[in-house]
Design a protein around this ligand. Structure first.
Ligand SMILES: [Zn+2]
Length: 242
């Protein structure tokens, strides 16, 4: 069945929500420079990941929120940023709108670490106001083991992990020829620079090269998708006990 909300007719929506489906996934990202992958990497990854997750948990998928809060990379070509207060208010209206339309469980699948706090605030406020259950999930968090196993490198912004996810989704989006070690910035706590002096940012010193092996990238993306699915399923199951 069609699970993407914006492709449903409103009469179909009325029949489905909330009687047959009361859960919705909202992919959220931003537009910012990412090493050798597209400016929309943070939108492309959660949007693709939402498809198998929605099947698994019987959810609809709301349109992706494509613009987010970008700080350090603002100043790199093509990067766009939304003021945090504006983003939080806009997200709040979207989440409340979903609750008003009958969704009782709202899952924000975030693709961009620069807006975690604002998303949490908007999700919490929506839950208090509408009594809907709300959840933030960040697919890359707590996946070092999976990355080490499949990619054997350090990850980070535009690093091996995000690049592998885009490779798995559509390898033609990855511009391998554009990789240049000089665009890697090691982000130490000792400095903050605007813009960040590289569109690939690693947070732990180590091998920052990218893994372009398609099979390994696919295995990595399957593993992080299934880990993310597992986290969501566990929360949904425990919510049922409340
Ligand atoms: Zn990213």
């Amino acid at each position: 069945m069609e699970r993407r909300l914006q492709y449903l007719n409103h009469r179909e929506h009325k029949k489905i929500v909330p009687e047959k489906i009361d859960t919705v996934i909202v992919p959220v990202g931003t537009i910012e420079a990412h090493g050798v992958t597209p400016l929309g990497t943070d939108n492309i990854i959660p949007e693709a990941m939402a498809v198998p997750i929605a099947e698994e948990i019987n959810a609809l998928i709301a349109p992706t929120v494509n613009y987010g809060i970008t700080r350090g990379l603002a100043g790199h070509p093509g990067t766009i940023t939304i003021t945090p207060e504006v983003f939080k208010a806009y997200m709040g209206d979207i989440l409340e709108g979903l609750a008003a339309n009958g969704f009782r469980k709202i899952i924000a699948l975030n693709g961009h670490g620069g807006q975690t706090n604002e998303l949490k605030d908007a999700l919490f406020a929506t839950s208090r106001k509408t009594r809907a259950r709300t959840m933030l999930v960040e697919w890359w968090a707590d996946t070092d083991e999976i990355r080490n196993k499949h990619l054997e490198r350090e990850g980070g912004h535009g690093g091996s992990d995000e690049t592998a996810a885009v490779m798995a989704i559509d390898s033609s989006l990855v511009k391998k020829d554009l990789y240049d070690e000089k665009q890697v910035a090691y982000y130490s706590r000792a400095y903050s620079a605007y813009p960040v002096p590289g569109s690939i940012i690693i947070y732990t010193e180590g091998d920052s090269s990218l893994n372009f092996d398609e099979d390994k990238c696919k295995a990595y993306f399957d593993a992080v998708t299934s880990k993310t699915t597992g986290i969501i399923k566990e929360v949904l199951a425990k919510w049922d006990l409340i």
